[in-house]
Design a binder for this molecule. Structure first.
Ligand code: B12
Ligand code: SF4
Length: 450
């Protein structure tokens, strides 16, 4: 079988987002090649499929399967590319996969042109498609990975085929220093099952699997040997889920010559001062925490399972270890009261002054599959459209984010969102998250008069 896999398409993203290779489709590509099949990857954020002929010439290259990876944010763009591929590559089976394909049950109706929708991890589904000579009887298929497959596919990751140089060049052109730009993302666990109400990935039909310290070290060594990155980013939802795994990895890294620096994501209740000291010695320089809010009422409603005080202890211990904490904040949760927002804004500002980095999202996204989207909060709905090659469009309502229930807060949030987007649009080039969060907090203070 020959497959072409296309990453999620977000037009214009290179201007405002740090571009990085779509790991899901690259991992599938390595896995298929390892099992004797042909596979290419097209990243529409790197080569604009609309303004160049590269996408059109790629899809007519006689592939058996053309697969599209989709997220909620990019859905209509991914479907428009899928429809174009269906039109141009008459014999190919058009497949849709990834989180949005898995959790959004309206896609079949929105886009009947898609032949097969794959749920969860795509490795086995694509192998099965190859076996039955691209004819799969079901429209929606869900085949969980076998217990040993996670490491199998993690190690098949085709580092040498991914055009890292092009991503790094784009990041440097956007003003990022080499330490930030020359980075490689790794994924060492399959899923996080903590079940926070605003999170959708936690509800993917995937069992928890993880590489051990030896496996992570092997992946890091391979990436280092082939690419010499400045930074390795562990994109796992919580890299520190096992204290033992991290400590053992840190010990191994101590013996690696010219090791890169490391960044990871972690839950605040899965770090402690001793672990952080070991991570600092091993070269970790930044840890991202999903703080969301500094209000216990909001954290409880989110079913986050961590109290604000525990988060404070983790952030302080991280600063004290010499690692920079990166705080992910949601400013206007749908159940928040004005005082929750004020407390969160003020405390985030204080942490930034103490040396933290932050990323501030105005709203909880209305993600299909996240339990909060079924809790009765009103969503902001936008008209989205799948575009057809003949110039026609099929429109559908798309829920974007959840509005605060409190009327005064809703008014503040909407005016903040509008003004914030206008300000970001007016800035030239890529705005680093530190600058973006400062801009957001300053604007909020002005609007709220705090
Ligand atoms: C790293 C990451 C990022 C990075 C890098 C993205 C990149 N280019 O890879 C950055 C920081 C840029 C980012 C940005 C955003 N992200 Co993000 N991100 C992640 C994260 C943590 C890991 C993604 C990853 O690499 N996974 C590992 C790969 C191997 O898994 P996978 O992609 O799911 O792929 C497997 C299956 O899904 C399936 N599959 C995937 N594609 C296909 C295609 C076919 C044909 C088939 C058959 C199967 C298949 O098989 C793959 C292999 O098993 C995920 C959470 C998560 N746990 O996955 C969130 C996540 C994907 N992000 C999310 C969001 C919301 C965003 C932002 C919108 C945030 C924001 N508000 O700005 C942006 C949007 C960017 C975009 N245009 O997609 C949400 C998406 C929710 C949704 N329903 O769509 C997630 C799920 C987080 C969450 N918990 O809710 N993100
Ligand atoms: S801890 Fe993070 S990844 Fe895990 S369920 Fe909560 S938000 Fe999702």
């Amino acid at each position: 079988m020959r497959a072409l896999l296309v990453g999620p398409y977000e037009p214009g993203s290179s201007r405002f987002r740090f571009l990085s290779p779509p790991l899901g489709v690259w991992r599938l590509c390595g896995f298929l090649v390892k099992h004797g099949h042909g596979c290419d990857v097209f990243d529409p954020n790197l080569d604009d499929p609309m303004s160049s002929s590269s996408f059109r010439s790629a899809v007519v290259d006689g592939y058996d399967v053309i697969g599209f990876s989709t997220t909620h944010e990019t859905l209509e763009n991914d479907l428009s590319l899928a429809v174009l591929a269906k039109h141009l590559a008459k014999g190919a089976t058009i497949v849709l996969g990834g989180i949005e394909a898995t959790l959004n049950r309206e896609i079949e109706e929105i886009c009947p042109e898609v032949d097969v929708i794959v749920e969860g991890q795509g490795e086995r589904a694509l192998l099965e498609m190859a076996k039955v000579n691209k004819r799969l009887l079901e429209r929606r298929i869900s085949l969980p990975l076998m217990p040993w497959d996670f490491a199998d596919s993690a190690f098949a990751f085709p580092f040498a085929s991914v055009p890292y140089g092009r991503y790094w060049k784009a990041a440097e052109e956007n003003g990022l220093p080499p330490l930030e730009a020359r980075s490689v993302r790794l994924y060492t666990t399959s899923v996080c099952k903590h079940g926070c109400s605003f999170c959708s990935y936690t509800n993917m039909p995937i069992g928890f699997q993880s590489l051990n310290a030896e496996g992570i070290f092997a992946l890091v060594s391979r990436a280092k040997k082939l690419l010499e990155p400045e930074t390795i980013i562990f994109s796992d939802d919580s890299f520190t889920w096992s204290r033992y795994r991290v400590l053992e990895f840190c010990e191994r890294v101590a013996h690696l010559e010219n090791a890169p620096s490391f960044i990871c994501e972690a839950r605040a209740d899965q770090v402690d001062p001793k672990l952080l000291d070991a991570m600092k010695r091993a070269g970790f320089r930044l840890i991202g925490y999903g703080i969301e809010s500094w209000s216990d009422d909001v954290l409880k409603a989110f079913r986050k399972g961590v109290a604000a005080q525990r988060q404070r202890e983790a952030v302080l211990a991280t600063l004290e270890s010499g690692i920079t904490p990166f705080l992910n904040i949601i400013l206007f949760p749908p159940m928040a009261k004005m005082r929750d927002v004020k407390e969160t804004a003020i405390e985030t500002q204080n942490w930034i002054e103490l040396g933290c980095e932050a990323s501030i999202e105005p709203f909880v996204l209305a993600l299909p599959g996240a339990s909060i989207t079924r809790e009765g909060y009103e969503a902001w709905v936008r008209d989205a459209a799948v575009r057809y090659p003949d110039g026609t469009e099929r429109h559908f309502p798309k829920e974007e984010f959840l509005l605060p229930s409190d009327p005064k807060l809703r008014e503040l949030a909407l005016s903040f969102n509008y003004r914030y987007r206008e300000k970001l649009k007016a800035t030239e080039g890529f705005v680093p998250s530190r600058e973006r969060s400062k801009l957001a907090l300053k604007l909020l203070n002005e609007l709220a008069g705090w």
